[in-house]
Unconditional design. Structure first.
Length: 270
């Protein structure tokens, strides 16, 4: 993205404060960010270099998860907190397997809204839609998503890297339960979530997190036990709730990939 000299706001976009979607895009090698985002990302990397591996493994899990879900017959996806488009977005992975897949993306970041046309390039057989909404308003999300998705048929709810942006656990747990209540049996929930549980350098990660939280929307890492509660009432898909680098990844001749401090999992609604 080209920066606009002397301009602080472009539409509703605040370029004086780093934004998680733009920083994530930068960590993945994207260019849809501003100097404040690049500066925040580089400071985070300096304090905790492992953040790059977290970003990459989170993105890689998205691809594996969507391929698994389409293999299980899922043809509808509700991707909340989608972030800025990059390679292998949810609809691209899903429609590569099953062109008839229907995908609804949800985000409330104005820069993502500006890039919505890139997200909406669906296959001819399928459908993509974009909703400008906040995770904190699940009723609005469900109402608008119903224009595209049939909630009488299985839906995969994708909540990757977003739940830790809501600090109050009871609030975010209720949101997830509300979304799950709205979908039919046979639907799935896919989650990635920040944690300090798996990091051998947890002190460095925690310090980097504290610095980030001073200047941007705070991130709240949670424990394995807390994240497991988002799957209340669901049947966990093997191997359960594990490091994002360990979910259905083939072992190499050098062994399993190293763990990263982020949990992921998929659960099925019975």
């Amino acid at each position: 993205m080209t920066d606009i000299p002397g301009q602080t706001f472009f539409g509703k976009i605040d370029t004086t404060r780093p934004h998680s979607a733009r920083v994530w895009n930068y960590l993945l090698g994207g260019k849809d960010c501003y100097p404040v985002d690049r500066e925040a990302a580089e400071q985070y990397k300096k304090m905790f270099p492992g953040i790059v591996d977290i970003a990459r493994t989170d993105r890689a899990f998205l691809g594996r998860a969507v391929r698994y879900l389409t293999g299980e017959g899922v043809r509808q996806f509700l991707d909340i907190g989608t972030g800025l488009p990059t390679m292998d977005n949810t609809h691209e992975v899903a429609q590569r397997v099953a062109p008839e897949c229907r995908i609804v993306y949800v985000d409330n970041d104005p820069l993502v809204l500006l890039h919505a046309s890139a997200l909406l390039s669906s296959s001819e057989e399928g459908v993509c839609d974009y909703i400008d909404a906040d995770l904190r308003d699940p009723d609005k999300i469900l109402e608008l998503a119903a224009r595209t998705l049939n909630f009488d048929e299985p839906v995969a709810i994708m909540l990757l890297g977003i739940l830790h942006l809501i600090p109050d656990f009871d609030q975010v747990h209720q949101i997830v339960m509300r979304l799950l209540d709205a979908v039919s049996p046979g639907s799935y929930l896919a989650i990635t979530h920040a944690t300090l549980d798996l990091d051998g350098e947890a002190t460095e990660q925690a310090e980097a997190q504290q610095e980030w939280n001073k200047k941007a929307d705070p991130i709240t890492p949670r424990t394995h036990a807390e994240i497991s509660r988002f799957f209340d009432g669901l049947q966990m898909v093997d191997p359960g709730l594990v490091s994002m680098s360990r979910w259905r990844v083939e072992a190499t001749p050098w062994g399993e990939p190293a763990e990263v401090p982020g949990f992921c999992g998929i659960g099925r609604k019975p």
